[in-house]
Design a protein around this ligand. Sequence first.
Ligand SMILES: Cc1cc2nc3c(=O)[nH]c(=O)nc-3n(C[C@H](O)[C@H](O)[C@H](O)COP(=O)(O)OP(=O)(O)OC[C@H]3O[C@@H](n4cnc5c(N)ncnc54)[C@H](O)[C@@H]3O)c2cc1C
Length: 268
Amino acid sequence: MSALTLERPRSLKAALASLAADPSLMPIAGCTDVYVGLHFGTTPERRFLDLWGLKELRGIGVDGDALRIGALSTYTEIIQSTLVQQRVPMLVAASREVGGAQIQNRGTLGGNVANASPAGDTLPVLAAAGARIVLRSQSGTRTVPFDGFYTSYRNSIRTPDELVVAIEIPRLQGRQWWRKVGTRRAQAISKIMMAAVRGTDVRIGIGSVGPTVITATQAAAVLSGGGSIADAKAALLSEIRPIDDVRSTGEYRATVAANLLEQFWRET
Ligand SMILES: Cc1cc2nc3c(=O)[nH]c(=O)nc-3n(C[C@H](O)[C@H](O)[C@H](O)COP(=O)(O)OP(=O)(O)OC[C@H]3O[C@@H](n4cnc5c(N)ncnc54)[C@H](O)[C@@H]3O)c2cc1C
């Protein structure tokens, strides 16, 4: 541990100045992902920027018509938030299935987004919700659509001097649906998960079936246009790219993805 350096900025301004001066600094929020990498020796970084004390990244509130969730909001805070319960119940449902109580108390929404794993449980929810990611650096703030945030496996458009400061979720109409399929009910990384909204239009986000979370626009278009569930399943299978890995096989994931789509449609 003595080889590691930790900076603890007192304000967002100070944190952004540190990142601008040294973009190789690795931000840490709850540290639940980073610590696993340190433990297994797969995190090469040695210099860290602790965001935990930054009040500017906390809080859940309404901004205009959107729900604004500070990047440091933990799963427990999201589960307990009346605003999130009322506006985005599928995010509450997903948060309840992340890790166990300890991870829910410490893991953050911003960390899940920035970590950029295709198995991040909140990411299909943010895709289905048409969320926006608010990024800030010393030179300014930009708000980007979640759909364009990830560029490839574990990569995003976030530059090393930027922090995720908040996630914005527009007001959603229609029924929300969430399902995670894993080896067991708790402490299991997803084999596959789907979030969807059935309103005038249909929106579907699906995880662990490609290098990044996927917004299934073609399947959603079939269902929005009054097409059959069989056609929607065929469209879904053409837009996902599941692979074989330690958690599952591509074939299993494709079969379950189609089944989840049917379950979503039936239950809503
Ligand atoms: C036992 C266990 C169980 C888990 N179960 C699940 C699960 O069921 N589902 C799931 O999705 N995940 C799970 N995880 C992974 C992890 O808990 C989540 O991804 C969590 O949301 C990460 O948040 P964090 O604040 O701890 O991120 P950190 O570990 O602090 O950071 C993760 C990454 O994001 C970057 N980062 C963090 N915050 C910011 C920010 N504001 N701006 C820019 N970059 C930032 C860091 O530099 C790092 O690259 C589990 C982890 C463990 C150890």
